[in-house]
Ligand binder design. Structure first.
Ligand code: DPP
Ligand code: ZN
Length: 874
């Protein structure tokens, strides 16, 4: 397979001004007629051949300006169609045949549960018809869909429905007009026996918009939350960004088989059912929150992505980073901002840092790829969002809004680059952002070493900051970045933020420092008492920051920092220091001793007045095994697990009565609602229950069983079932699992949870269970949600068993990937990632992991898996 390079970018030779499509649907032989209005691109020379993308298409007819072409006037390749000579402006008609029922890759047009649907981003449209399938070709579309009266009563595409009618033979059609020029990746078609829930929205300028969520009939009762989220998102985008919706109709469709979470097709968002359907009995609080943020994310793309799109796929983070930032801010505004930030950062620092530290590390704007499908990554999305957040913090709220207004106005209807976006921010703020651009081109996680010293005599605090970014594949040398460091100095006597004076300038008590050099020294003057520095508040930059905090300092910050995020962070750091000791003890075979300072810090949290229960719940959770692993030079899977369990049990044993009290105090009698208040109480209660279960406390065990049987809502039921299943008490968990599995056998989204719960078991028998469940009638390798629930959860969250020393965990993953690659390369390439991180483990595991990668490499592979495996073995 060939790589594509950013530096090779050229505008297309021909652009499409209008696209007219007709689909005559049939599972095995759908006919697609396309009439493209083409013209030469003004920047390209006359006389170039027309080369269109196309994969897996059977060409049935081709004509230019109505004249059928002779066989020697065009050529059909594996992935292209070339017309040797074309005029400056012309009509191209093609007709192709495709087979949606044979499409297991879930790109292009495919069938999901008997329903036709499409996924065109990034390069799926070329599996539908011959087309310049690249985002800088933007055209208006009209789409006629012809389907069966009975099987496909509903025929949907982008834009507004302009015409409908019946046809002979029990068929009918609908024609859709989309007046907004769009790239092919935003095309969508859905056809099937769907039911809709309807609502409406009046935009800020008074335009009426019909809102529809289309689902299978049995899911009609699971759309309320998505609809309410959509309306909140529409209002929020008007208020926060001045962006209004621009069609008469906005549709969401839920499909069961979907590679991603959801897709922002113009006016017709297609969602993985897991990202849209919720009900108190079937979805957890986390799922409710995820639905809210994904509905918002896809809606926000209407401006950041659709109206202004990407010039090429190297610019993917232009729309994704910005849109993730937008959805994060939306969720923070609608829920608890501190908790949202904590959750996002906790996830980011495990998953994205791990990506940056592995062989698939890449910049937020990569400079080459083999398969763009492999670049829908945490770096492009989440690090991209962190980069936009840094920009927002550097330029300030008002300039950021002016900059974004400028961006949307200047580039409306265009396909642009990351420079265009940053340039708007630079213009709006007057800030020089040239060094900042390195965030887009340099891969890897910057590391900052900080040292501080208080001079009592001079009342000065001297802070030294040193940055370096480790080498990543293809980038041995890194340059210093422009890093915003938000900080405060917390007085050890007063417990308050001290006023900051730097170079004679008063900065308030919370300031953003621009770290631009490899090393910078800051001298704060008029510091009236010895402080503990609170650094990188709110995680103001996606970096690893080290500071030689003592445990007392951390306990102090945990109790006194005015920044909620950094209070949580202080607790995490304190726990990490104690965990490091326990890991070392485990490795050296000496007795593990619980650090009483951690116990006392937790006691303080549990016995204090909870101002924010949601934050408190987060503070009571120890760093995850994945996060601890990220902090170790060499990952010792077993020691990490043993250390963390030891600490959980130690905390539970010392604070048992507190946990029991917190559990009882946070029981709720009210009917379920996904409100921040209720969610906070449930999290707190469930964290407490998890501690009680960590020591298999008899009373805790009874509470878990009662919570499962009370059947109040899925959050509580799932949590209780998970705790029982992960305990050693199979006599309690087996009947519960059986009852749950039978009750929900008809609901695929609940069965996903049933799979995930079981494969998270720490017991060594889990591997046999994974293999056994892969044969379960509710499991299918063709359904990405099932693969993620069963294999993804096992590999990603059951670290001790995935990394078993007999290599069985690795073998299971490899067997699955090899089989899956023949069905769905995109999902296969994602699933294999944990194996690529072999360099982080001991020699024995390294050898096993590499051996499995070699075994995959020996197969005939998709470009997706090929690219990942090659990087891993390079
Ligand atoms: N569906 C993916 C997203 O919304 C790709 N655009 O991020
Ligand atoms: Zn997106």
């Amino acid at each position: 397979p060939q790589a594509t390079y950013l530096s090779d970018y050229r505008p297309p030779a021909y652009r499409v001004t209008h696209t007219d499509l007709t689909f005559d649907l049939d599972p095995g032989a759908t006919r697609v007629k396309a009439r493209l209005h083409l013209e030469r691109h003004p920047e390209r020379e006359a006389g170039e051949p027309l080369v269109l993308d196309g994969e897996g298409l059977v060409l049935k007819a081709i004509a230019v300006d109505g004249e059928p072409l002779e066989a020697d006037e065009y050529a059909v390749g594996d992935s292209s169609l070339t017309v040797h000579r074309v005029p400056e402006a012309f009509l191209l008609d093609t007709e192709v045949e495709i087979a949606p029922e044979a499409n297991t890759a879930l790109e292009g047009l495919y069938l999901s549960n008997g329903m036709y649907c499409t996924q065109c981003e990034a390069e799926g449209f070329r599996r539908i018809t011959y087309y310049p399938d690249r985002p800088d070709v933007m055209a208006t579309f009209s789409t006629t869909v012809i389907g069966d009266d009975e099987r496909e009563p509903v025929l949907l595409s982008n834009g507004n429905a302009a015409e409908r009618g019946s046809l002979p033979g029990g068929r009918h059609f609908v024609t859709w007009q989309d007046p907004h020029p769009k790239p092919s990746y935003l095309f969508a078609l859905v056809a099937g026996d769907l039911k809709k829930v309807e609502d409406d929205f009046t935009t800020m300028s008074g335009r009426e918009v019909a809102l529809q969520i289309w689902v299978e009939e049995e899911n009609l009762d699971k759309t309320d939350h998505a609809m309410a989220s959509l309306k909140r998102a529409m209002r929020w985008d008007e208020q926060a960004y001045g962006r209004e919706y621009d069609l008469d109709l906005f549709m969401i469709v839920a499909v069961n088989d979907f590679n991603m979470g959801a897709m922002e097709n113009k006016g017709l968002n297609i969602f993985n059912s897991a990202a849209v359907l919720t009900h108190s009995q079937t979805a957890t609080d986390t799922a409710f929150q995820r639905v809210e943020s994904i509905v918002a994310h896809e809606y926000f793309h209407n401006w950041s992505g659709n109206r202004v799109t990407c010039r090429d796929w190297f610019q993917l983070s232009l729309k994704e980073g910005f849109t993730v930032f937008r959805d994060q801010c939306f969720s923070a505004d609608t829920n608890s901002p501190a908790v949202k930030r904590i959750e996002d950062v906790a996830f980011f620092r495990t998953a994205q840092f791990a990506e940056d530290a592995g062989p698939t590390a890449h910049p937020v704007r990569p400079d080459h790829y083999i398969e763009i499908g492999n670049f829908y990554t945490l770096t492009i999305y989440e690090k991209g969002a962190e980069v936009v957040r840094m920009l927002a913090n550097l330029v300030g709220e008002e300039a950021f809004r002016r900059g974004s207004d400028r961006y949307f106005e200047r580039f409306d209807g265009q396909a642009v680059t990351i420079e265009d976006f940053v340039e708007c921010m630079a213009e709006a703020s007057g800030l020089d952002l040239s060094q900042f651009m390195r965030w887009y081109s340099q891969a890897g996680t910057p590391e900052i070493d900080a040292f501080g010293e208080y001079d009592y005599a001079k009342c000065e605090y001297r802070l030294i900051l040193r940055q370096r970014t480790p080498a990543t594949p293809g980038q041995p040398h890194k340059l210093p970045l422009h890093i915003p460091i938000r900080l405060g100095l917390v007085g050890t006597k007063s417990g308050r933020d001290l006023p900051l004076t730097l170079d004679g300038e008063a900065l308030g008590s919370d300031a953003v420092i621009h770290l631009c050099e490899a090393e910078q020294e800051l001298v704060f003057t008029d510091v009236s008492e010895a402080p503990v520095p609170s650094l990188l508040r709110g995680f103001s930059a996606p970096v690893k920051l080290r500071f030689p905090y003592g445990r007392e300092d951390l306990a102090f910050l945990l109790a006194n920092d005015s920044d909620g995020f950094n209070r949580w962070e202080a607790g995490q750091r304190l726990a990490m220091l104690a965990l490091d000791d326990l890991i070392a003890a485990h490795r050296n075979g000496v007795e593990k001793v619980m650090d009483s300072r951690v116990v006392e810090a937790f006691r303080g949290l549990l016995e204090g007045e909870p101002e924010d229960r949601a934050v408190l719940a987060e503070m009571l959770v120890l760093p995850s095994e994945a996060y601890i692993a990220e902090q170790q030079p060499l990952v010792d899977v077993d020691a990490i697990h043993a250390a963390r369990e030891f600490m959980r049990q130690g905390l539970a044993a010392s604070l048992r009565d507190d946990f029991l009290r917190v559990y009882r105090e946070n029981q709720l009698d009210e009917p379920y609602a996904p409100t921040p208040e209720q969610i906070a109480r449930r999290s707190l209660k469930n964290v407490a229950l998890a501690y009680l279960m960590a020591i298999e406390d008899e009373e805790g065990m009874v509470l878990a069983r009662e919570q499962f049987e009370a059947d109040h809502n899925m959050t509580d039921v799932r949590h209780a079932l998970t705790l029982l299943t992960h305990s050693s008490r199979d006599e309690l968990s087996e009947p519960a699992l059986k009852a749950f599995g039978e009750r929900w056998a008809h609901d695929p989204l609940v069965m996903d949870q049933w799979f995930a719960i079981q494969v998270g078991r720490p017991q060594p028998d889990v591997l046999e269970r994974v293999r056994f469940l892969m044969e379960h009638p509710a499991f299918s390798l063709k359904n990405p949600n099932k693969v993620r629930a069963l294999i993804g959860t096992f590999v990603g969250q059951n670290r001790i068993n995935f990394h078993r020393l007999d290599g069985e965990g690795y073998r299971l993953l490899t067997d699955t990937v090899i089989e899956l690659d023949r069905l769905n390369p995109e999902i296969a390439a994602r699933l294999i990632i944990p194996l690529t991180r072999w360099a982080r483990f001991d020699e024995q595991r390294q050898a096993l992991m590499k051996g499995e990668l070699e075994r995959i490499r020996a197969e005939k592979l998709s470009p997706n898996v090929y690219e990942v495996v090659e990087k891993a073995l390079a």
